[in-house]
Write a protein that binds this ligand. Structure first.
Ligand SMILES: CC(C)(COP(=O)(O)OP(=O)(O)OC[C@H]1O[C@@H](n2cnc3c(N)ncnc32)[C@H](O)[C@@H]1OP(=O)(O)O)[C@@H](O)C(=O)NCCC(=O)NCCS
Length: 143
């Protein structure tokens, strides 16, 4: 597992993996802009990646993707562990994210990783099936 910040060489990898993981993938230009920001943090291994934004006293998870053929082997858990280690080392007290309320895999993952429900954001995502609620989750980092 490698931990790196803003590696432009990861652009093709993250764009392709995001396309495989989401109905409405972000395009290469969007990832290029994100990776160029000094506040973007990226953890990646051969099967997946986790992208965060570091802002003040928190990390926001922007996206997390594991290749469909490599799921349920602990890749996402390991990436979240690396992110938590980073937050601890940099004394960042909280990590938060929004995720679709009907995303069972993500819900199971974040619950198992110690994230707590904070609130629902009604009709936050527009999908082919209509509007979907988001849940805002937060994990407190202890030093
Ligand atoms: C969500 C996702 C990142 C999980 O990746 P993963 O590498 O398969 O997850 P892990 O193997 O690390 O799973 C760790 C734990 O999360 C939970 N979990 C993972 N997938 C799950 C599923 N499909 N259903 C229920 N719980 C699940 C389990 O508790 C699991 O532990 P276990 O396998 O010992 O039971 C992956 O399914 C994915 O890329 N989905 C599409 C993109 C997405 O929805 N990203 C999250 C929103 S940002």
């Amino acid at each position: 597992m490698s931990s790196v910040s803003r590696p432009v060489s990861h652009l093709d990898f993250v764009t392709e993996l995001h396309r495989l993981c989401f109905d409405k993938p972000w395009d290469r230009a969007a990832f290029a802009r994100l990776l160029a920001l000094p506040t973007t943090r990226l953890w990646a291994d051969a099967a997946g990646f986790l992208m965060c934004m570091e802002a003040g006293d928190a990390l926001e998870i922007l996206t997390l993707c594991v290749h469909p053929e490599h799921r349920r082997r602990g890749h996402a858990r390991a990436l979240l562990d690396e992110m938590a280690d980073y937050a601890r080392a940099h004394r960042i007290p909280a990590v938060f994210l929004d995720v679709a309320a009907d995303n069972a895999a993500a819900g199971g993952l974040y619950a198992a990783a110690g994230f707590d429900f904070q609130r629902t954001r009604p009709k936050y995502y527009r999908t082919a099936r209509g509007a979907t609620d988001a849940v805002c989750l937060v994990k407190k980092i202890t030093f």
